[in-house]
Design a protein around this ligand. Structure first.
Ligand code: SAH
Ligand code: SF4
Length: 387
């Protein structure tokens, strides 16, 4: 199999160039062609010597996973379904968010307007962590995505969007919130994020790349050391008894340990808070008493709280909380001085909520029949992540 250059970070690319007798700056030159100009054909890299281009073309490729489906909703949300082989599919979702209005400088300016566009990226085909309300968890784990497959989602989305929207850099934010647990695919995810941050590639600032985790404590610490980006933590319950059921990894890393890891992370993080995600499940975790308990439990951690309306899928056994219950829950948290947002759902009409799962994914666990039905995770988080 040819080497896929989309999977190489700057160091790896420079080493490759050195091995081929080229100067390190060739790596940056080629990275800019690939990641910034969206070029896949070595022939078009006109400032690189012909001999080197031919050498590269002989042993390497620049290729995203094959697109199975590309759908755009009326609100501009766009979803790509990618084939990653052996019956597995993953997806990436783009959420255009119009004018940027936060205090941070927006990274995109088009026709004189600052804008924001967020891409939700997958890290694994399936997931081994079995959260009970998540369709990916129900489907089981298939495999880790390679760095090239992770970056390939961004590369493909970026060049397609540039072509359709006529914007130079359509993606201003990335959230690792698609399919899979990113910290369970640590090395490939970190290499991919290094490319997201690299000035010769996507050049995003650390606060515009968000990683969401269900709470793999040792890996949170490692992330803080190796690639501190904005952190979102899927909390979903105010106590261990309930979280053990909803997010089984809690049995290994209970809430107290998780919150301690969050505190350690904030020391290294590009932001001075973490975002706690909390999926609102009717009659399970959405009472006023549970909101009070949540407010007490997270009180030592500088945080924002993002309430996510549950997106049902067949046989999930859960229902979305009533909007009134969500509003009451939010009010309790706001009264306790937490910045609390409720995620909007967008792209529903094309099943493009972030983290919605590809039906083609094979159920390796055989716990369930392969499903056509997919879960829809609400994606408004991206708006929070972008702030
Ligand atoms: N594995 C990581 C990131 C991917 S999931 C994690 O768990 O954080 C992204 C977010 O969607 C997580 O907060 C996850 O708990 C949430 N989610 C999963 N299934 C959902 C569903 N059916 N409805 C709404 N949100 C869901
Ligand atoms: Fe995996 Fe995240 Fe789904 Fe849990 S919520 S099963 S960690 S993808």
């Amino acid at each position: 199999m040819s080497l896929n250059l989309l999977g190489l970070n700057r160091n790896q690319f420079e080493t490759l160039c050195a091995d081929m007798g080229e100067k390190p700056f060739r790596a940056r030159q080629m990275m800019r062609w690939m990641h910034q100009s969206g070029v896949a054909d070595f022939e078009l890299m006109t400032d690189v010597s012909r001999a080197f281009r031919e050498q590269m073309a002989a042993g390497a490729v620049i290729a995203a996973p094959t697109v199975l489906r590309d759908t755009t909703a009326p609100d501009g949300t766009r979803k790509w379904l990618f084939d990653v082989g052996t019956g597995n599919a993953i997806e990436a979702v783009y959420i255009p968010e119009g004018d940027a209005d936060d205090d941070a400088p927006a990274e995109g300016v088009a026709q004189g307007r600052r804008y924001r566009g967020t891409l939700c990226v997958s890290s694994q085909a399936g997931c081994a962590l079995e959260c009970s309300f998540c369709a990916t968890g129900r489907q089981g784990f298939n495999r880790n995505l390679t760095t090239a497959e992770i970056v390939g989602q961004l590369w493909h989305a970026s060049r397609s969007l540039s072509a359709t929207l006529g914007i130079d850099r359509p993606i201003t934010n990335v959230v690792m919130m698609g399919m899979g647990e990113p910290l369970a695919n640590f090395d490939n995810v970190v290499t991919a994020m290094q490319l997201m941050l690299d000035d010769s590639a996507y050049g995003l600032s650390r606060r515009r790349v968000t990683l969401s985790t269900s709470g793999l404590v040792p890996a949170i610490d490692r992330l803080g050391e190796e690639c501190p980006v904005a952190l979102a933590v899927s909390l979903h319950a105010p106590n261990d008894a309930l979280r053990d059921k909803l997010v089984p990894i809690n049995r290994k890393y209970p809430i107290k340990q998780l919150l301690a890891a969050c505190l350690r992370y904030i020391e290294k993080a590009p932001r001075d808070f973490v975002t706690f995600e909390y999926v609102m499940l009717a009659g399970v975790n959405d009472s006023v008493e549970q909101a009070r308990e949540l407010a007490r439990v997270v009180k030592d951690v500088p945080c924002k709280i993002n309430l996510i309306p549950f997106n049902p899928f067949p046989d999930s056994g859960y229902a979305r909380s009533d909007p009134k219950a969500v509003a009451r829950f939010r009010d309790v948290l706001m009264q306790a001085d937490y910045t609390t947002t409720t995620r909007k759902t967008r792209g529903d009409d094309i099943d493009a909520a972030c983290g919605q799962l590809a039906g083609q994914v094979t159920d390796k666990t055989r716990r369930r029949q392969r499903r056509d039905a997919v879960s829809k995770m609400a994606n408004g988080f991206m708006e929070e992540a972008a702030q």
